[in-house]
Design a protein around this ligand. Sequence first.
Ligand code: NAD
Length: 260
Amino acid sequence: GLKGKVALITGSTSGIGLATAHVLAEQGCHIVLHGLMTQDEGTALAAEFTTQYQINTYFSNADLRDPACIHEFMDAAVEQLGSIDILVNNAGIQHTQDVANFPIEKWNDIIAINLSSAFHTIQKVVPAMANKQWGRIINIASVHGLVGSANKVAYCAAKHGIVGLTKVVSIECAEQGITVNAICPGWVDTPLIGKQIDNIASDKNLSYNEAKYQLVTAKQPLPEMLAPRQIGEFVLFLCGGAAKGITGAALPMDGAWTAQ
Ligand code: NAD
C-alpha cells in the first residue's frame, strides 16, 4: 500500500489538487500541501489533514513562477517529511483570449505555472526516486494537452508541452521504478472555470447553471462535469501496483471529448 509514502501535490489548496490530497491521505500518505493561500490558512489546512488522517503534513505557498522558490520549498518539504515519493504536478491557471490580444504577462505566467514548474519539480525529485528505485510522477494535463480550443493559446501550448515532458521523463526513468504519466481531464467542477461560465452567462443572458451546461456540452459528449475527486481516484490508481506498466501515457478522462 501507500501508507507512509510522501506525496507532494502542487496546487492542493483548491479543486483537483485538494481532492487528490484527500484521496492520498485516506491511504495513509503523508502530504505536502501547496498553493496560494496565506501561511495561516495553509497551516490550518495542514492541521486539519493531520488530525483527520493521522499523517504528517507540510504546507507551502511558494509561487511556482519562481524556480528558486520551488527548489527552496521542496528542500524544506523533504527536510520535514523525509522524502517525496509521489509527485503530482497539478497547479494551473487559465486565461482565455484570442491570440492577437493575448496579454504577454498571461502567456508568461501560464507557461511558467502550467508547464515550467513541472520541469523544476521533476528535475528536483528524480535523483532521490531513482536511488529508491520507486517513484510516481503524475502530471495533471488536460484534454487541451491533446487537442486545441479557440482562445486558449497559452493553456494549450503549456498542456501539450507537459504531455511531451511526460513522455521524455518516462523513457529516461523506465529502469528506475519511476512511472510518469499525464492525466487529461475534460471539464472538472472547480473554481478554475468559473470565469468562463460567468462570461457565457453574461454574453447570452443565461443563469449560471444554464451557462455551465452550455460550456460542458459544447465539446464534451458526456453532459456533465467530472468531480475533482474522480481525478484523485485516477491518481491513486496510477500510484498502485496494477499501474506499474502504465508510463509515458497521456490518459484522457474526458467524457469522449477526444473520441470525436
Ligand atoms: P483551481 O483553480 O481550483 O486550483 C489551482 C491551484 O493552483 C490552486 O491551489 C492555486 O493556489 C494553485 N496555483 C495557481 N497559481 C499558482 C502559483 N503561481 N503558484 C503556486 N500555486 C498556484 O484549479 P483546478 O481546476 O483544480 O486545476 C488543477 C489542474 O487541473 C490545473 O493544472 C488545470 O489546468 C487542470 N485541469 C482543470 C480542468 C477543469 O475543468 N477544472 C480540466 C482539465 C485540467
